[in-house]
Write a protein that binds this ligand. Sequence first.
Ligand code: SAM
Length: 482
Amino acid sequence: MAKYDPASLKAEEFINDEEILETLEYAEKNRDNIPLINEILEKARPVRTEKGCTCRGLSHREASVLLSCEDKEIRERIYVIAREIKQAFYGNRIVIFAPLYLSNYCVNGCLYCPYHMKNSHIARKKLTQEEIRKEVIALQDMGHKRLAIEAGEDPVNNPIEYILDSIKTIYGVHHKNGDIRRVNVNIAATEVENYRKLKEAGIGTYVLFQETYHRESYLRLHPTGPKHDYAYHTEAMDRAMEGGIDDVGLGVLFGLELYKYEFAGLIMHAEHLERVHGVGPHTISVPRVKRADDIDPDAFDNGIDDETFAHITACIRLAVPYTGMIISTRESQSVREKLLDLGISQISGGSRTSVGGYAEEERPHDTEQFDVSDQRSLDEVVSWLMENDHIPSFCTACYREGRTGDRFMSLCRNGQILNCCHPNALMTLAEYLEDYASEGTKARGYAMIERELERIPNEKTRGMTKENIGYIRNSDRRDFRF
Ligand code: SAM
């Protein structure tokens, strides 16, 4: 039987079934062990240092104890610490992005995804480079600067060359004052050589959802196609890192398997990356299975309610404090509102999950990957965020300034976020307000900028930020960043 080893490069050793089962047993046994829980909560709390703030995070065992705990008062304390961590490292900034679906051709048989190969009634579509240009113009006209490209797995229709061409096209579109400054990529697990090519193409984060860490369920849920290979899929992030990509994004599709099992697997995966590559995941996404073309989410037994979902989110926040957390428009406005406070740092807005959806006047459904719950426009999302005292940020500075992997993490640890991310958020928000916002959003946005400018600690940085925002308001000069 495989033995647990977080430093191993073999999936069955770093995501070890026996270790997960023992963790769940340990968590269950200690779910009412108040002295232990107090100790774990104390360890999770951010500590002020001379430079700023630091956090120790939690091991998968410790975090699993918190997840098992059903005591209302303890849960509330977990939420309070999640908010403290969020404030300490991410402040009230929320980074905005949009997915861009390139192609829904797929040779896999994933039981939860409408793009599965046997679905003969979904319209198959792959964007041409000209169509991608139109999509990007539509996205730029909304105000987006950061995209996550999505495609099914199909070596004939969507080979790596197609993905690389598409990235080049996206970066090449400069419509009015717009441009796409960061392209994250969510495509199937691939070879080191292809990851190297993606890195050379200038991608931001490579995102790949594990779907489920439970090997047997994984094999059942992916009965056919290249994605059936559990080890190849689970070891993908190691290959991506070997190919030079040091920002990787994890996620599981909640609803497929028991959430406690998934949670332990997810944190173990983060620990493995940290141990082997010296840097944990850049982001963790928390998608839940949604209704889609021929997919009924109730067909899966492990759906989780909103309260459990919030609890999971908060426990992830405590376990991996330096990792960004993403929530998409799969979730409704009210769920997103609650989770933003508990640790989410990135959200999508104004999303369309169909291939070619942005260039269409009406939201098309024939090629959609899943039903979008939050159907508000980007302007509405931006305005709603500000109403709730979150700063919508269109910043893409880090990877363009070479702050990827552990260099980003050290920015967090050195307390430079308020002198760096905060002004970048305000300057990119000003760009949005000037170029794309409705009158109401614009007024609300500039009022927020006025207030938030005063929170930049370094006087010189504050002065430069004010000056740059002046240029944005009074000229076509754009793309200032620290
Ligand atoms: N094809 C790539 C792969 O296999 O990893 C990634 C792209 S896929 C378009 C993006 C993600 O959408 C999948 O990893 C899956 O987690 C999610 N997804 C698929 N079907 C879904 C559904 N019915 N509801 C919610 N999310 C879904």
